[in-house]
Design a protein around this ligand. Structure first.
Ligand SMILES: Cc1ncc(COP(=O)(O)O)c(C=O)c1O
Length: 392
C-alpha cells in the first residue's frame, strides 16, 4: 500500500509530546513536571461519592445523552454561584452539556460549528488538541501569538494582531483563559476587546476555561458574561482540573440552547455518553463549599512560588503565571536555545522532565527557547525537582 495510513488532516500531528516525555520520565526515573496531572487525588468525599454511585448502580448503564440531571443542575448552580454576580446563569436542561472531559467538549464544538475551510483564530502557544481538532473538523487555523514581555515577566495578547487576523472566512475564536502554557489570565480590557471584535465581526467563540479556579493574581472573568457574548459563546469547564480527577474525564459545556444543541449533535456520535458513576460524584464536588476552591488555589499558589523561585535560582528566566498550574521559562540565560533538545537531554542531565513550548506553536521559532514545567505536584516533589535543576 503506497498510500499512507494516517490521513492528511492528521499526518502532521504524530504522537503527542506528552506520551514521549512521560515515557522518558519512566525510563529514566525522572520527576515528571511535563504532563499536567496532579500527583494526589482530589477530595476523599468525592472519591467516596463515585464508589457509592458505582455500588448503588447509579450510572453503570448509559446515562442520559446530555449528562445526568444532577450534574447538569450542579454545573448550572456552580455558574450561578461563581458568576451570577456578572449576570451569567444557565438553564440545566437546555444550556448544559456533559462531555468526556474538556477534550471532547473542544472536539465536539469544533466538529459541530465549523464548515470545511472556515478559519479559527487560536491564541498561540495553544493546548495541543486545538490544532488537531480544528484539522479534524476541516477548519483552518490562524494563530495569534501571545508575546512574552521580559520587562513584565508575563505574556500578553496583542489586540491589533488579533483584529488583523480576522478575515471574511473567520468563523470562530478559540480562546483559553487562564492560559496553558503561559499562565496568562486575560484581563477585563483584553476580554472586552475580544468580545467587541466577536460582536462586530459576528464570530462565535469557544472559550476553554478549565483553569477557572486556578487564578492567583487578578480574577477569572468568563467571556460569556461580556456584552453580546452570552448567545455566541461556548464555555468549557472540567472536573479534571478543578477537582484533581483527570482520569475521570468529566467536562461540560455551557452555552445558549441553540449552541448547546449543535455541540450535542457532534458529541452524541463521539462518545454518546461517558463516566456514568463519576458524573454523580462530580455533581457532589461542584457543591463543595467555597473553602474547597480557596484552599485549592492557595495550595497551588504556594507551589507556584516554590517552583518559580527554584527555577529562577537555577538560572531560568521565569514567566510568573497568574493562573493555571504551569510555568513557562526561557532557557536562554542557561546558554541554551532549543527547547526540544533541552527537554530531551534534561532527564539525563538533571532527572527532571519538562515540555518544550515549541510543540504549542505553528511559528515554532517563536516558541523555541521556552520550556514548560507543571507544579501540580507535592511540595516534596517540587523541592526535589528544584534541587536537581540547580545542578544545571
Ligand atoms: C487548556 C486545556 N484544555 C483542556 C484540557 C483537557 O481537559 P480534560 O482532561 O478535561 O479533557 C487541558 C488539559 O491539560 C488543558 O490544559
Amino acid at each position: 500500500m503506497d498510500r499512507p495510513l494516517l490521513n492528511r488532516r492528521l499526518a502532521a500531528f504524530g504522537t503527542t509530546i506528552f506520551a514521549e516525555m512521560s515515557a522518558l520520565a519512566q525510563r529514566t526515573g525522572s520527576i515528571n513536571l511535563g504532563q499536567g496531572f496532579p500527583d494526589a487525588d482530589g477530595p476523599e468525599e468525592v472519591r467516596e461519592a463515585a464508589v457509592r454511585a458505582l455500588r448503588d448502580g447509579r450510572g453503570n448503564q448509559y446515562p442520559p445523552g446530555p449528562g445526568i440531571p444532577e450534574l447538569r443542575t450542579a454545573v448550572a448552580a456552580h455558574q450561578q454561584r461563581f458568576y451570577g454576580h456578572l449576570g451569567l446563569s444557565y438553564d440545566p436542561d437546555t444550556e448544559v452539556l456533559v462531555t468526556a472531559g474538556a477534550t471532547e467538549a473542544i472536539a465536539a464544538s469544533l466538529l459541530a460549528l465549523l464548515e470545511p475551510g472556515d478559519e479559527v483564530i487560536a491564541l498561540e502557544p495553544y493546548y495541543d488538541s486545538y490544532a488537531a481538532c480544528i484539522a479534524m473538523a476541516g477548519g483552518s487555523r490562524v494563530p495569534v501569538t501571545l508575546r512574552p514581555s521580559p520587562e513584565t515577566g508575563t505574556y500578553h495578547l496583542d489586540l491589533d494582531e488579533l483584529r488583523d487576523a480576522v478575515t471574511d472566512r473567520t468563523r470562530l475564536i478559540l480562546l483559553n483563559t487562564p492560559h496553558n502554557p503561559t499562565g496568562t489570565v486575560l484581563t477585563r480590557d483584553e476580554l472586552t476587546a475580544v468580545a467587541e471584535l466577536a460582536v462586530e465581526r459576528d464570530l462565535l467563540v469557544v472559550t476553554d476555561e478549565v483553569y477557572e479556579h486556578l487564578v492567583f493574581e487578578g480574577e477569572h472573568l468568563p467571556l460569556a458574561s461580556f456584552p453580546g457574548m452570552r448567545e455566541r459563546t461556548v464555555t468549557i469547564g472540567s472536573a479534571g482540573k478543578t477537582f484533581s480527577f483527570t482520569g475521570w474525564k468529566v467536562g461540560w459545556v455551557t452555552a445558549s440552547p441553540e449552541l448547546t444543541a449543535a455541540v450535542r449533535s457532534a458529541k452524541q456520535f463521539l462518545t454518546y455518553v461517558s463516566a456514568g458513576p463519576f458524573q454523580y460524584a462530580v455533581a457532589e464536588a461542584l457543591a463543595l463549599p467555597g473553602s474547597y476552591f480557596t484552599a485549592l488555589r492557595d495550595d497551588l499558589r504556594a507551589k507556584r512560588d516554590i517552583l518559580a523561585s527554584g527555577l529562577a535560582d537555577a538560572g531560568f528566566q521565569v514567566f510568573r503565571p497568574a493562573g493555571t498550574y504551569f510555568i513557562t521559562t526561557d532557557i536562554r540565560p542557561l546558554g541554551e536555545q532549543d527547547g526540544f533538545a533541552f527537554c530531551r537531554a534534561l532527564p539525563e542531565r538533571a532527572g527532571v522532565v519538562a515540555i518544550p513550548n515549541a510543540v504549542f506553536y505553528d511559528h515554532q521559532d517563536q516558541g523555541a527557547p521556552f520550556v514548560r514545567f507543571a507544579f501540580c505536584k507535592s511540595t516534596a516533589t517540587l523541592e526535589e525537582a528544584v534541587r536537581r535543576l540547580k545542578r544545571l
